[in-house]
Each structure stands twice: as structure tokens, then as C-alpha cells.
Design a protein around this ligand. Structure first.
Ligand code: AMP
Ligand code: MG
Length: 352
């Protein structure tokens, strides 16, 4: 398949491209498109053939449900059976935005879209191109992240092209995703509602409107029984094994330990990558150092995570050491992704 790559110009020529992309989706094809979280791989959420194609293009297990993207809050009632008051409150406050909510689904949503579940995950993204595309595509676009399954999520059109060239019909490139981590997911069908995946909308932000919401126990528990398939296994992962070096100790210890590990690995001829904050960037001579941002700037740290993991893949590093970061704000979501990216690394390489 020939994948058409369109770099949006942010002028009136974009409308034509978006309409073309919308018609591709309406006729059952797949289009990758930007959102404020990460790039999505979109198909018609109400067409089971399109959902099947998405799983095939990503190499994703078909029991891993897709999020349905809408472009106005009113559309929710067309696909969700009942909308609890708490969901209305959260939608009012955080939509459009990086918040996904799970509801009991209506019959029009095919099983393929929901991975066989009787519930549907829904989000209204806060990105102009995404909103225009969803409208042009008929209003309901199911879209997982536009990466090959297991790889770091794409935050630029180029990332998508690397994974999806030849596998999908079209890519709309509208620059880098502003947030760079996937949406927060809350299951509104459980009582109290449970946060299944952390993101830019934090538990505290959610609780400020709906106090009862709690963290699902599997969120920070690699061994816990997963509620959703996307919660298990190594995920978001670079090709090289990744080790997190904790910050429980004094900073000198962390940088010192990473430096020692780097030196050991380099002595055996390995190409080493380090993920760090700007404050510590000068500590790791000889390694490929990626600076996520200042240690106090959780947004920057989060924004640069997947980008940096993909850069390591391009460079072909053999092993990666990462500092850990403060878990306040979006830092909790950042650490959640880092832990998942590191999970299972021990099987890929001897413990350093
Ligand atoms: P993404 O990888 O960004 O496409 O996110 C999809 C994730 O949303 C899945 O891996 C699940 O964790 C979650 N999800 C989507 N729909 C449901 C659902 N109906 N029930 C539970 N989790 C869901
Ligand atoms: Mg994903």
C-alpha cells in the first residue's frame, strides 16, 4: 500500500487535505492524525472492518480495545448507553482535552472497536486538526496510538511514518504533539470510578470535581491483574533494555551509580544511552545523553520521553539507563510510562 504523507500548511489548503482524509476513513481506510496527546491511527469507529485493519496495521492484539474520538460532547450519547452525572461534570471541565472515559456501549459500536467488551472508551481531543478530521470522517473515529504495538508512542508525523509507511492509507502531519503522553483513562462504569491510566489530567484534578474517583490498583503494580490489556507487559518500549536508577538516595549517588553502570557497559563495547534532567546532563561522558528537561518541569520531562526513546532506537544504543523523576503532576504519568518501558528489560539483557 502506498501511504500518502501530507504536511499541513496551516492555511486554506488544509481543508482539502482534511476532507480527503475524512473520506478515506468514511470508506473504511486508515489515517494517522495528530492529537494533543500523541498521534492516533484513525479508522471509522462504527465500521468493524476498519477496527480490524487498525489491529493488523499496528500488530496489536485484537482484545486490546480502541478509544473512540469524538469532536463534540453531544456525540457521546450516540455511543454510550448511560452517562453518569460524574461523567458530565468531568466532560464539562476537561473536554476537549486529554481525558478518556469508559461507558457501557450502545449496539452501534462494534465488538471489534471495543476488543469484545460491552464498554466503550471515549475522548474529545483538544487539537484543531483532529477535531476537523473527526467531523469530516462522520463523527466517530477509533484511534490507538499510531505506532507498531509495543514501541514508544509517536509524537510527530515522522515517528508515524517510520512505523506505518506502507501499512496505512494516509498520514496528516501537523507538528509535534503538545503533551507527548497518552490520555488519562477513567472507567466510569465502576463504582467508584477508577483511573486506569494516568496522563496529563491527574488524579487530583479529577478528584477536585468528582471526589470519589480512585486509582485502579494495577496502575502502579506491574504484577497486578490487568483490567485492560493495555495495562500489562512491556509497552512504550525502546529496542534496547532500559534500567531505572532510583532517586531514593542523594543525587550524587544516582548520577554516580549511573556513571559506574555506563562505564561498565562501555568497557564491554556497548553503546550506552542515558535519560536525564538538564541539571545532571554533564555527568555522563561517553554516553548518548538525552535531556528530558529541567527536573522541576514535569511537562517538559513528559513531553520529551517518547521522542527520546525513539531517538535511542534510531541511534541503535545497546542499553539505556534512566534517572527517575518526581511523581507530582504529570510526573506520575511519566514515571508510569518509564516503568512500563523498563518492565521486562531484565529478560533482554543481563542485569547490569
Ligand atoms: P491507546 O493505546 O492509547 O489506544 O489506549 C487504549 C487503551 O485504553 C487500552 O489499552 C485500554 O487500556 C484502554 N481502554 C480502551 N477501551 C477500554 C474499555 N472498554 N475498557 C477498558 N479499557 C479500555
Ligand atoms: Mg498505545
Amino acid at each position: 500500500m502506498n501511504t500518502k504523507y501530507i504536511l499541513l500548511a496551516n492555511d486554506n489548503t488544509d481543508q482539502e487535505a482534511i476532507e480527503e482524509a475524512g473520506s478515506v476513513i468514511r470508506s473504511g481506510g486508515l489515517v494517522a492524525f495528530p492529537t494533543e496527546t500523541v498521534y492516533g491511527l484513525g479508522g471509522d469507529a462504527l465500521n468493524h472492518h476498519a477496527a480490524r485493519k487498525i489491529y493488523a496495521a499496528k500488530g496489536r492484539p485484537s482484545d486490546n480495545p480502541l478509544i473512540v474520538h469524538i469532536a463534540d460532547t453531544d456525540s457521546l450519547q450516540d455511543i454510550a448507553q448511560e452517562i453518569p452525572e460524574a461523567a458530565r461534570v468531568l466532560a464539562e471541565k476537561y473536554w476537549p482535552g486529554p481525558l478518556t472515559m469508559i461507558f457501557h456501549k450502545k449496539a452501534c459500536v462494534p465488538d471489534e472497536t471495543t476488543g469484545g467488551r460491552d464498554t466503550v472508551a471515549v475522548r474529545f481531543p483538544d487539537q484543531h486538526t483532529a477535531q476537523r478530521l473527526i467531523k469530516s470522517a462522520g463523527g466517530f473515529v477509533c484511534a490507538p496510538s499510531a505506532n507498531l504495538s509495543g514501541k514508544p508512542s509517536p509524537t510527530t508525523g515522522r515517528d508515524v511514518l517510520e512505523d506505518m509507511d506502507g501499512r496505512i492509507d494516509m498520514i496528516l502531519d501537523d507538528g509535534a504533539s503538545v503533551i507527548g503522553l497518552e490520555s488519562t483513562i477513567i472507567d466510569m462504569t465502576s463504582d467508584p470510578p477508577e483511573l486506569l491510566r494516568p496522563g496529563a489530567i491527574t488524579l487530583q484534578m479529577v478528584q477536585s470535581c468528582v471526589p470519589g474517583v480512585r486509582l485502579h490498583r494495577a496502575v502502579d503494580d506491574q504484577d497486578g491483574a490487568p483490567r485492560a490489556p493495555g495495562m500489562k507487559y512491556r509497552h512504550y518500549a525502546p529496542q534496547a533494555p532500559l534500567y531505572l536508577i532510583g532517586r531514593d538516595d542523594a543525587r550524587e549517588d544516582v548520577t554516580g551509580r549511573i556513571r559506574t553502570l555506563c562505564e561498565q557497559a562501555m568497557r564491554t563495547g556497548k553503546k550506552v544511552g542515558v535519560l536525564t534532567c538538564s541539571e545532571n546532563a554533564g555527568c555522563y561522558q561517553g554516553a548518548s545523553v538525552k535531556i528530558l528537561g529541567s527536573e522541576d518541569d514535569e511537562e517538559a520531562l513528559a513531553h520529551n520521553l517518547f521522542k527520546s526513546l525513539r531517538e535511542f532506537d534510531r541511534e541503535g544504543v545497546d542499553i539505556i539507563f534512566s534517572e527517575t523523576f518526581d511523581e507530582s503532576g504529570i510526573g506520575f504519568a511519566l514515571m508510569n510510562r518509564l516503568k512500563k518501558a523498563a518492565a521486562g528489560s531484565a529478560g533482554k539483557d543481563k542485569e547490569p
